[in-house]
Design a binder for this molecule. Sequence first.
Ligand code: FES
Ligand code: FES
Length: 162
Amino acid sequence: MAIVSFILNGKPVSCDVPAEETLVDTIRRRFKLTGTKKGCGTGDCGACTVLLDGDAVRSCTLLTGMVHGRSVTTIEGVGTMDRLHPVQQAFVDVNAIQCGYCIPGMVLTAIALLNRNPDPDEAEIREAISGNLCRCTGYQKIVEAISLAAKRMREAGEEAAR
Ligand code: FES
Ligand code: FES
């Protein structure tokens, strides 16, 4: 066991975890943040995606000890029921959600993309989400949602700069 301290959704946390514990299990079991899904558990589906210092990572292949001193953001940390993140709002607005299982990981992957590239084309969006599997939507609506979110976020940025 080892004490691991990190920032989780903006707040400092600590936990005593076995060396082999993965971040997805720590997030879900110890912190009860079940928005992060565990699909394959082997790094193949992207359902467990979280942001680590702003980059999208698979939390099922990351040992919790590796995040000591770093910042982790889960889907619970990016918006509220009253005020969705622009990416979440766009997913709702274009009906990009079916069963919803892949969506937290998709949204976080999209946020990481838009933070590094505010104006991605369709190919860049598809490349960014290529590691996030969705069995329901056929991806078209998801691509539309991310493109819409990008447009809205750029416009909001331009508005704020005026
Ligand atoms: S649960 Fe982590 S990639 Fe599938
Ligand atoms: S909406 Fe069902 S897996 Fe993507």
